[in-house]
Design a binder for this molecule. Structure first.
Ligand code: SAM
Ligand code: DTB
Ligand code: SF4
Length: 337
């Protein structure tokens, strides 16, 4: 990526908006100009926006559980749970409700404020939704926020989840519309936007982000963030995942992304979506403590916590707690809504 030393490259309009306001009409040239700022200027802007909107030393922590693992019919090129790839994963049916609650309780005792349940489905069946609603109710009864990610939903299903008390639905755009077909062919970008609209209309908070490090271009990363920021309402939660390269998946040999470009992506996400929780998501196991510290400085204020993501490893909890301590960061459970 070329680094442009001229801070005035950002249009006056964008400079004005950086201060605080929410806007939903970001243009590619504005976002590319942000990305191209000198690193210190970009991080300073991101940290300024961050401080205007959040306690800069507070990070929200969510724990993940895979409630239904593997055998997925989709062909997402990054995903070890697709039935199409030989990723050395043991498929597991939908978990019993009491086991899920037990796992949520453990996560709560370890300090998580939100419990996120993920299922390897293209889209759930109505029967599945009934069981997931029981899980949501059980987890909420522990005093935790709830999030689920189940694939594409119809109106009846979003209504049932809302009625059941679900706080957040995670459904990622993953990448730019232009790069999307290089990664997934079994459902369209528009399918994802349609599910996001249904979730938004149902009144459930939206958790939506993407993955970088999949071989996409600088423009693709900028366009992903633009898609997110130009949604009618910014997602309350924006997970930025670094690709976890899993053997057997088509993307397993992708060239590593420059860590500084990842940090820039977090910073630009913070500037474009000032009031959203930007989550430093998958890929932390491969990041140094110093890189994570820079991500927090760039405006990340949420993590997935616990030794496992869905099927791959996450940093050990005691390592994260020690890192928080070294950085003077404390966990907060503030809900957006
Ligand atoms: N099946 C549902 C779906 O795709 O919406 C829910 C589960 S799916 C595993 C949730 C998200 O995990 C994906 O959208 C993707 O962004 C992320 N993900 C999956 N595999 C990943 C990997 N290897 N590295 C980084 N993120 C990954
Ligand atoms: C999100 O954006 N990242 C999480 C969560 N939402 C569901 C999932 C990451 C999965 C990483 C690969 C795995 O563990 O299977
Ligand atoms: Fe299935 Fe979700 Fe994995 Fe795609 S990301 S293969 S839909 S589990």
């Amino acid at each position: 990526m070329s680094v442009n030393p001229n801070i005035d490259q950002i249009s006056p309009n964008a400079q004005l908006n950086i201060a605080n306001s929410i806007k939903n009409n970001w243009q590619l040239d504005e976002v590319k100009a942000l990305y191209a700022l000198p690193f210190n200027d970009l991080l300073f802007k991101a940290q300024t926006v961050h401080r205007d909107n959040f306690d800069p030393n507070e990070v929200q922590i969510s724990s993940l559980l895979s409630i239904k693992t593997g055998s997925c019919s989709e062909d997402c090129g990054y995903c070890p749970q697709s039935a199409r790839y030989d990723s050395d994963l043991t498929p597991e049916a939908l978990m019993p409700v009491d086991e899920v609650i037990k796992s949520a309780k453990l996560a709560k005792d370890q300090g998580a404020s939100r419990f996120c349940m993920g299922a390897a489905w293209r889209s759930p069946k109505d029967k599945d939704i009934e069981r997931v609603v029981e899980m949501v109710q059980g987890v909420k009864a522990l005093g935790m926020e709830t999030c689920v990610t189940l694939g594409m939903l119809n109106d009846k299903q979003t209504a049932a989840l809302k009625e059941g008390g679900l706080d957040y639905y995670n459904h990622n755009l993953d990448t730019s519309e232009e790069y999307y077909s290089e990664v997934i062919t079994t459902r369209t970008y528009q399918d994802r936007l349609d599910t996001l609209e249904r979730v938004r209309d149902s009144g459930i908070n939206v958790c939506c982000g993407g993955i970088v490090g999949m071989g996409e271009s600088d423009d693709d990363r900028a366009n992903l963030l633009i898609e997110l920021a130009n949604l009618p309402k910014h997602p309350e939660s924006v997970p930025i995942n670094m690709l976890v390269k899993v053997e057997g998946t088509p993307l397993s040999n992708t060239e590593a992304l420059d860590p500084l470009v990842f940090i820039r992506t977090v910073a630009v996400a913070r500037i474009l979506m000032p009031q959203s929780r930007v989550r430093l998501s998958a890929g932390r196991k491969e990041m140094s403590d110093e890189m994570q510290a820079l991500c927090f400085f760039a405006g990340a204020n949420s993590i997935f916590y616990g030794d496992k993501l869905l099927t791959t490893d996450n940093p050990m909890s005691n390592h994260d707690l020690a890192l928080f301590d070294r950085l003077g960061i404390y966990s907060g459970g503030s809900s957006y809504a």
